[in-house]
Ligand binder design. Structure first.
Ligand code: PFF
Length: 475
């Protein structure tokens, strides 16, 4: 007989674990970078609209699928489709996607860990050159950090849902919130910080183009950990008496507040470093911001608070990013763990070992695709440019497949599993949802414009990434 399904111990435990998944590098770095480049407050508004009007209903649908079926994504699609062969495909996609996203996300997290250790060793100055970054990501130290990271993540997973995932989130998330606030308050007292605040908060609607809208949509979707099977899996650990709509709102709100607050940290820091800066000249990439630009900004603080002070601020920031990434990685690796347990009847420990072994190999391949291995560095030509193994995983699984997975969730829930079943599950533990405006909105939106938007984002991404064109060019 298989063991009874594990559950989160409390509603707040679930909210913190799901928020731990949602709050990641996406919030602390990608969001502020995107807002900087795309109209500050205007981007913020578009982003917030997407979070609450488009992504929140998808999150509710994923949680409902998981809780109703009590299963991992593969099992959830199989069970709720009545065993349909066709609907097995999205189940498998909701398994492979998190598995592969975890691989590339782990590599970036390894770099964050490596930079944190260097700051502790007193080497903040060393981190401020581009050459250092190039040398670091191609050094053997990366493999040592990778193993350390995997031991931490899998150690948490091995302790189970309540004693591992939930306890880690309950301990780490409050620390993250407090440290983030302290950093923001500190940065806001720096010279010229107000310039950054103004840049961030005064909307520049002229910058809102169709590309920016599409970017905001993809960012919101990624940030809420949707399309990755995570919310289906976490939903299966929710108790029937807890409200799905209420908990999902709390998670989306927390996630958005953290992203917003991270902007209050990054933009004032940039303008304190250089009040004349034109943010349009900054790199688009989050990695460029974390590893190339931010160390320089932190080092410049030594003029006012000394080298140790600057190192403490830098270490706090890198620690925050590390914590955010760890809780996200825990959630994403729990998806294949749940699948092996539910579908193959494996024990938690066995599942963890099996997954870690394959992910270790793939993560090593990703880490080696920045120059260490020629063939992996120039693996394939996509859209006319040579792409590495790391790029390929990112383009396929993060950029392209996520909106497709989201589209499939909407179509499945409304047209295969059926509205009435979704309604019933969303009302379980939340009687006030029945007949509410939210319920009518969720029902209508999930069956109409939300999948339409996700499908458009998917098609546009395929055109952009693989064919160097976009929907706009084709119209
Ligand atoms: N919400 C996460 C973020 O914003 O970084 C997305 C995520 C990425 C979750 C990678 C889990 C993960 F492993």
């Amino acid at each position: 007989m298989s063991a009874p399904r594990e559950h989160f111990g409390s509603r707040i435990g679930f909210i913190l674990a799901a928020a731990g998944s949602a709050v990641g590098i996406g919030n602390l770095v990608s969001f502020p970078v995107a807002a900087t480049k795309s109209g500050g407050g205007a981007f913020l508004l578009v982003y917030a609209l997407f979070v609450f009007l488009i992504c929140l209903p998808v999150m509710m649908a994923e949680l409902a699928l998981g809780r109703k079926s009590d299963k991992d994504p593969v099992g959830a699609y199989r069970q709720l489709s009545g065993g349909s062969r066709l609907w097995r495909i999205p189940g498998w996609m909701a398994l492979i996607t998190p598995f592969m996203i975890a691989v590339f996300y782990m590599v970036v997290t390894v770099w964050v860990l490596g930079y944190l250790v260097e700051i502790f060793k007193g080497n903040l100055t060393g981190l401020t050159t581009e050459a250092y970054f190039g040398a670091f990501i191609n050094s053997n130290a990366v493999f040592v950090y990778l193993i350390a990271l995997m031991i931490i993540i899998n150690g948490v997973l091995a302790m189970g849902v309540k004693d591992g995932i939930e306890r880690a989130a309950k301990t780490l998330m409050p620390i993250l919130f407090v440290m983030l606030l302290i950093l923001v308050l500190f940065v806001l007292t720096r010279e010229n910080a107000v310039l950054g605040l103004k840049y961030y908060l005064i909307p520049d609607f002229a910058k809102i183009s169709p590309e920016v809208v599409s970017k905001a949509m993809a960012q919101a979707f990624f940030s809420l950990s949707l399309g990755m099977g995570i919310m289906i899996t976490y939903g299966s650990y929710m108790k029937k008496r807890d409200s799905i709509p209420g908990s999902a709102k709390a998670v989306a709100l927390t996630d958005t507040l953290v992203a917003f607050t991270a902007g209050l940290l990054i933009l004032p820091s940039i303008f304190h470093f250089n009040p004349q800066i034109d943010p349009a000249t900054l790199s688009d990439s989050s990695a460029g911001m974390i590893f190339l630009f931010l160390p320089k900004i932190f080092l410049s603080l030594q003029d006012s608070i000394g080298y140790i002070g600057a190192s403490i601020v830098a270490a706090t920031f890198f620690f925050l990013v590390l914590v955010a990434a760890l809780t996200s990685l825990v959630s994403i690796i729990e998806v294949p763990v749940a699948t092996l347990r539910d579908e193959r009847g494996m024990s938690r420990k066995k599942a963890i070992y099996a997954i870690a072994a394959v992910q270790l190999v793939l993560a090593i391949a990703c880490a080696m695709s920045f120059g260490m291995s020629g063939p992996l560095t120039e693996l394939i030509s996509i859209g006319g440019a040579n792409k590495s193994f790391f790029d390929l995983v990112e383009i396929l699984f993060y950029d392209t497949i996520l909106p497709l997975n989201g589209f499939l969730v909407c179509i499945f829930v409304i047209y295969k599993w059926k509205k009435a079943n979704l309604d019933r599950e969303l009302q379980e533990g939340d009687s006030s949802f029945a007949g509410s405006l939210s319920q009518k909105y969720v029902n209508f939106a999930l069956g109409t414009f939300i999948p339409a938007i996700l499908l458009l984002v998917f098609i546009n991404t395929v055109l952009l990434k693989f064919f160097n064109t976009s929907l706009l060019n084709l119209i």
